[in-house]
Design a protein around this ligand. Structure first.
Ligand code: NAD
Length: 494
């Protein structure tokens, strides 16, 4: 189970591939294992242990014991905050190893991880450390003889199911609020990207979290994931992934009325009005659309441009997009790495084919990125224009570097096009007119609206989807709610 490897950046990394239960790496009870494939080379990196129903049960029992263990249960808020700070310190100290492993496993460019994810991961944990001693309830003087107050208490054992995408934020977004509020967490990473969560969990143990508070179980969604959702000892599921899986989890969780938060996919509209600063709009469309090789849930994958400036915008946008550098994850000049998995790569190729068949006009890209040879899941940054409401690429989430451009004439038409979606994760509005921005933001059916920027996530603000994009919030103060149960105390003084 112990692996030692040298990555292309020369880093020597040691890690274990076991299930992480009770602060130890252990073998699973099945002989099955899960291969982690380097998406840049298609070479196997290693295999990890797979958790069976019995292993899920062992981890849940450990988490239940930890939840009731005074070593965790009775910590003061200040002590819970100190542990989160310590975990953040260790992430900062070991960020090169952690994000090297992630770059190998997921294909995310290493320089981008060091620049954004490392500080984001540690910063998000520190933000929630700050909340640990501010979890107040309410006091209600009901009458002369009666006083009421509320307590906000941890939910219990939380399953954190995360997707196979090229970034780890879903983990600190869940671990931060869960641990600040005194819960125990069992992480179930994607079967396509199983490695970095194992390394992360080890850092939490080193930080001093008691056994059973932070655990990791790798395995497939339909088996390990469902065993976690179905286990009666799990009080809450925090899920990030596709709408279809979110719906399945909701159905399973309903039987036990299990607390469930869902962060699902999106088809976020990016509105460019004629008065917008087009250079700025194009710059943000690139980072919010092609960043992480398009594997961002809130990617601005539908670009709606006022017809009067469509050509001018497309010229700037495609010029900037051509400057993107598709390359190997450890190459310093790489801005776009491979897709995280073959499954995802094949799905994107299917959408490119459907766009061509549906008559969308190709502006650039439109296929495999060939310059790196025939290995690796590399896709060209791709832009289609003339995309209409009846086309698949207008409605369906591609989760890759393929952006659809549609022209509009009026503000009303822009809002109608943007709202014509089953999703409602994010929307972006580019205009120099504050009245248009304000009015449009209020009318867009999405959990988040960015004005003159895109996907500039900040942990101090909630991250949430409306419609089929989600249930509940992560990040910000509201990100705590899903990890707390409110209890009402009636005190009779008569
Ligand atoms: P996915 O839904 O296929 O898998 C997500 C996770 O769910 C994986 O860990 C998987 O093993 C698990 N899973 C699958 N079936 C399950 C089941 N029946 N029961 C329990 N667990 C199950 O998603 P993906 O392809 O890994 O990731 C891409 C999706 O994630 C996209 O739709 C993207 O928009 C979404 N996403 C959303 C956010 C957000 O914050 N809203 C962030 C990143 C990604």
């Amino acid at each position: 189970m112990d692996i030692n490897l040298t990555a292309p950046n020369g880093k020597n990394i040691s890690f274990s591939t076991g299930l992480f239960i009770n602060n130890q790496f252990v073998k699973g009870s099945s002989s099955e294992s899960l291969a982690s494939i380097d998406p840049a080379t298609e070479d196997p990196i290693c295999s990890v242990e797979v958790a069976t129903d019995a292993d899920v049960d062992t981890a849940v029992q450990a988490a239940r014991a930890a939840f009731d263990n005074p070593a965790w249960r009775d910590l003061t808020p200040e002590q819970r905050a100190a542990l989160l700070h310590k975990a953040a310190d260790l992430i900062e100290a070991h960020k090169e190893d952690l994000f090297t492993l992630q770059a190998l496993d997921v294909g995310k460019p290493f320089p981008a991880s060091m620049h954004f994810e490392a500080p984001h991961t540690a910063g998000c944990l520190r933000y929630y450390a700050g909340w640990a001693d501010k979890l107040h309830g309410q006091t209600v003087p009901v009458s002369k003889d009666k006083f009421g107050y509320t307590l906000r208490q941890p939910v219990g054992v939380c399953g954190a199911i995360t997707p196979g995408t090229s970034r780890s934020p879903p983990r600190p977004w869940k671990l931060g609020p869960a641990l600040a509020t005194g819960n125990c967490v069992i992480m179930k990473p994607s079967e396509y990207t199983p490695l970095s969560a194992l390394y992360l969990a080890k850092l939490f143990a080193e930080a001093g979290y008691p056994p059973g508070v932070v655990q990791v179980l790798n395995g497939h969604g339909r088996s390990t994931g469902e065993a976690l959702v179905n286990h009666p000892g799990v009080d809450k599921i925090a899920f990030t992934g596709s709408v279809a899986t979110g719906q399945r989890i909701l159905k399973l969780a309903a039987g036990q009325m299990k607390r469930t938060t869902i962060e699902a996919g999106g088809k976020s509209a990016f509105l460019v009005f004629a008065d917008a600063d087009l250079e700025q709009a194009a710059k943000w469309a690139i980072s919010g659309g092609f960043g992480n090789a398009g594997q961002i849930c809130s990617a601005n994958s539908r670009i709606l441009v006022q017809r009067a400036v469509q050509q001018q915008f497309l010229d700037i946008f495609s010029r900037m997009a051509r400057a993107s550098k598709v390359g190997m994850p450890f190459d310093a000049s790489t801005t776009q790495g491979p897709q995280a998995s073959k499954m995802q790569y094949n799905k994107i190729m299917g959408y490119i084919e459907s766009a061509n068949q549906d008559g969308a006009e190709l502006v650039m890209g439109g296929g495999r990125y060939q310059d790196l040879g025939d290995k690796g899941y590399f896709v060209q940054p791709t832009i289609y224009k003339g995309v209409t409401r009846d086309m698949k690429i207008f409605h369906e989430e591609i989760f890759g570097p393929v952006l659809a451009v549609t022209a509009f004439e009026t503000e009303d038409e822009a809002v109608a096009l943007a709202n014509d979606s089953a999703y409602g994760l994010a929307a972006m509005v580019f205009t120099e007119n504050i009245k248009v921005a304000h009015r449009t933001a209020a009318r867009l059916q999405s959990g988040m609206v960015y004005i003159n920027e895109s996907n500039n996530v900040d942990w101090k603000l909630p991250f949430r989807g409306s419609k089929q994009s989600g249930l509940g919030s992560e990040l910000g103060e509201s990100g705590l709610d899903a990890y707390l149960e409110e209890k009402v105390i009636h005190l009779n003084l008569g």
